[in-house]
Design a protein around this ligand. Structure first.
Ligand SMILES: Nc1nc2c(ncn2[C@@H]2O[C@H](COP(=O)(O)OP(=O)(O)O)[C@@H](O)[C@H]2O)c(=O)[nH]1
Ligand SMILES: [Mg+2]
Length: 279
């Protein structure tokens, strides 16, 4: 990629990472949210070297993948991480995250109550890359409908506490890894809206994604736009989508495909191929 590629790691993300670290001493349970379509590449690593705290990984947006891939992710993580699978948008499996927080906080609160502390509050921090659904998850488990979510990175700009029952949850702005140098990973994350695709260019990102799809995956997109030809070059492919949708201009056409992908039109297409990672 050209010299512009560093623009996707803006200063406010470095600040967000620093602020998360500053708060850690107050927190009992850490939750990192991952995107189910890229459960490895969407790990920000923010809690990697932390010891002595309970860390829960939440694989969110499971409604955007197929059951067979969900099984693969479960197998991939089995045994090494404390992982929960859910879809915040569809309110699927939300109880499990609350149950897990309550289970982990039980030991803590009963210990403190021995020393006369009443109504002990459990402090939970939710972190992860931008746009993975951190705020949506907090909305669903807290019942706070007014929290702001948006399908673009960078909406939660400041840390905020949300309290309910005996739980205080800190929502945090999205973070990326600090040594983010692999342009291919950046493009994958841009296709998921984790890195703002407009910063790189929709067409540039989509060309990379398209060129890395299998024939089967290309066919899935073709079918969605009722394109009969298969095995076509990227440029021709954009022209065909334009013919079928009436959208003009390569940026706009690519942007439409992004939006359809993020609505769940191509659930078979995921950004991390787990079987290949093992080889
Ligand atoms: N399809 C799908 N979309 C989700 C899910 N959870 C969150 N979203 C959407 O993803 C976008 C980002 O959510 P948000 O909570 O603002 O992400 P944050 O930046 O991590 O706080 C919003 O458009 C949400 O509605 C989910 O489980 N499935
Ligand atoms: Mg947010």
């Amino acid at each position: 990629m050209d010299g512009n590629s560093l623009k996707w790691y803006p200063g406010h993300i470095a600040k967000a990472r620093r602020k998360i670290r500053e708060q850690l001493s107050k927190i009992n349970i850490l939750v990192e949210v991952l995107d189910a379509r890229a459960p490895i590449s969407s790990d920000s690593g923010i809690f990697n070297k932390i010891q002595g705290k309970q860390i829960i990984y939440v694989v969110n947006k499971c409604d955007l993948i197929e059951d067979s891939y969900l099984k693969e992710i479960k197998k991939h993580f089995s045994g090494n991480k404390d992982v929960i699978f859910l879809s915040a948008k569809r309110s699927k499996n939300m109880k499990e995250i609350l149950n897990r927080i309550k289970t982990y906080s039980k030991g803590k609160t009963s210990n403190l109550s021995k020393f006369g502390f009443k109504n002990t509050i459990v402090h939970v921090m939710i972190a992860g890359m931008p746009n993975v659904g951190k705020t949506e998850i907090i909305k669903k488990i807290s019942g706070r409908k007014k929290l702001q979510v948006a399908n673009r990175p960078g909406v939660t700009r400041n840390q905020q506490w949300i309290s309910f029952e005996n739980i205080r949850i800190m929502d945090t702005p999205g973070v990326l890894y600090p040594d983010f140098e692999d342009d291919d990973v950046v493009k994958k994350l841009a296709f998921l809206n984790i890195v703002d695709p407009a910063r790189i260019g929709y067409e540039i990102v989509f060309e990379f994604i398209y060129n890395n799809l299998s024939q089967l995956e290309r066919n899935i997109i073709c079918e969605n736009y009722r394109i009969l030809e298969t095995d076509i070059e990227f440029e021709i492919f954009l022209e065909k989508i334009s013919e079928k949708t009436g959208i003009k201009g390569n940026e706009n056409i690519a942007s439409r495909v992004f939006s359809d992908y993020n609505k769940g039109c191509f659930k078979q297409i995921v950004m991390d191929r787990l079987n290949e990672d093992k080889s």
